[in-house]
Design a protein around this ligand. Structure first.
Ligand code: NDP
Length: 472
């Protein structure tokens, strides 16, 4: 799960190259050279992303989630008031955060997966990742689902039985925890940068552009590791941010209960719909090893800071908003939003599943009860070797060219709609996801077009729309 729109130079040419035999390093990951546009984007994101996160969280804390009132105050010269009212880093928050991250590290490296032994259909335990540019195939311990289950079982045991800490603990320390998350995000990105110079895990998989800012943001090492099993990308992408996602929402629900004596149906909807998305992520963690984040991105600030700060703070804005503005939806609206979210999730999951099945079986499978239709296509790798591939034009891949993104966007819209129409803040997620996925879609198509040439043209004639049939 990428936290930001990716750098425009990221490439994904390798998906269909059998075992990378025709591979060249230049085909993978981020750029080897930095153009001015990329550098300007990097500097912009490095400067403004932490401010954006602070602005959203502060505006909830001090302005009841209004995004315009803080601007008015700043224009009236009250910037220092805002800063003075902002809770600072506390020992309590530091202790909570250290315990949290240590606990997730322990679950990741010390507890081998047992879920795959009793959950039918679940792929866990030791799994292989994709071939890296230097020809390495890393092994991963897939135990995210187990970490999620243990963490949540303990959370409920505490809430209903042990009472070691209040279930509102996350909400109550949200801004002090933001400073802790930032410290970890910057520390891990800086450590990854130093490590890539001094003791890289796989020196041949490092990319140096010579531009310090770009390298810091987009990463140098491909798969930094400590020891045999502690993989930075898998750990920081999935935990602590995504395990925390559902706990953060539970903490918001607990806060609503404390403040208003009830949990609204909108808060329940946010918890349920985002809970499904998070569980889907961990159920498919082995599949995730073959996605852009793991196969193509290097590990830098973009992933390190993004996973520690951007994701847990901005993907959970709806629940935070509902603490300040409890919305009780009319039953018909609640049912409509639930349906939108579930249909979106179904489309998202089934579209991804159809492509995965189609590619794994080389088209020898059934999609919607029939043999899939496809366009045969070919491409040539940089060393001149010709390869063959197939683009499916039936099932969900016959509806639009990125129907998985459409499903994802429907789910994202459903989260936002739970908050009603009082403020724009909870709609940040759908705006952000629309930019992220449209950008990703256009960039991916640009790459596919140069890869497949006239075959891609045949494909776009057969499936003319990208996201919404008849519209885009
Ligand atoms: P896709 O799973 O859509 O993969 C695109 C690739 O699939 C293309 O580059 C091409 O690769 C191949 N392809 C394209 N069309 C076809 C076809 N008709 N038949 C067969 N193969 C085809 O992209 P992503 O990896 O970007 O997304 C995976 C999921 O992750 C999506 O559901 C997305 O919504 C989700 N996501 C969520 C994010 C979040 O933050 N919540 C962020 C980003 C993604 P090839 O070169 O092999 O032909």
């Amino acid at each position: 799960m990428a936290a930001f729109p990716e750098g425009k130079s990221e490439e994904r040419k390798h998906k269909s190259i059998p075992n990378g035999s025709g591979a060249s390093q230049g085909q993978w990951g981020r750029a080897w050279e930095v153009d001015w546009f990329s550098l300007a984007s990097v500097l912009f994101l490095l400067t403004f992303s932490p401010l954006i996160v602070y602005y959203f969280i502060m505006s909830c804390d001090q302005y009841h989630c209004s995004l315009t009132d803080p601007i008015v105050d700043v224009l009236m010269g009250n910037l220092s008031d805002i800063w003075n009212k902002t809770p600072s880093l506390s020992w309590k928050a530091a202790n909570i955060y250290i315990c949290w991250v240590t606990f997730q590290v322990m679950l990741y490296i010390l507890v081998p997966d047992f879920c795959h032994k009793f959950l039918p259909g679940y792929v866990g335990g030791v799994q292989e990742g994709a071939l890296t540019p230097a020809g390495t195939v890393n092994k991963y311990e897939i135990n995210g689902l187990q970490a999620w289950i243990i963490t949540h079982a303990l959370w409920f045991a505490n809430a209903y039985y042990f009472h070691w800490f209040s279930p509102t603990i996350i909400f109550d320390n949200w801004i002090p925890l933001l400073w802790c998350a930032n410290i970890l995000g910057y520390a891990v990105s800086t450590f990854a940068m130093i490590k890539s110079y001094l003791f890289p895990s796989s020196p041949n998989d490092c990319k140096f552009t010579g531009n310090l800012f770009y390298d810091y943001m987009m990463g140098i090492e491909f798969n930094p590791r400590i020891g045999k099993w502690f993989d930075f990308k898998l750990f920081f992408n999935g935990r602590p941010g995504i395990v925390a996602w559902t706990l953060i929402n539970l903490s918001y629900a607990a806060k609503q209960l404390e403040l208003y004596g009830q949990v609204t149906n909108s808060m329940i909807l946010v918890n349920v719909l985002q809970g499904i998305y998070v569980l889907d992520f961990f159920w498919n963690e082995a599949w995730y090893l073959k996605t852009i984040d793991i196969c193509h991105d290097h590990f830098g600030w973009y992933l390190g800071w993004g996973d520690c700060v951007w994701l847990p703070y901005l993907y959970t804005l709806q629940g935070l908003y509902l603490v300040y503005h409890p919305v009780q939806l009319a039953t018909a609206n609640a049912v409509g939003i639930l349906l939108l979210g579930l249909v979106g999730y179904y489309i998202f999951r089934m579209t991804n599943h159809q492509k995965d099945l189609f590619r794994r079986t080389d088209g020898n499978c059934k999609i919607w009860g029939k043999k899939p239709e496809y366009i045969e296509c070919s491409y040539t790798s940089v060393d001149g070797t010709k390869y063959y591939s197939k683009l499916m034009i039936s099932g969900f891949w016959g509806v639009t060219r990125h129907f998985n993104y459409t499903g994802d966007l429907m789910g994202s819209l459903a989260y936002c709609l739970t908050c009603g129409f009082g403020h724009i803040l909870p709609y940040f997620y759908i705006i952000y996801m629309t930019i992220l996925l449209t950008h990703r879609c256009i960039r991916d198509e640009h790459r596919c077009s140069s890869k497949y040439g006239k075959d891609w043209k045949r494909y776009t004639t057969a499936v003319p729309y990208r996201l919404i049939p008849g519209v885009f």
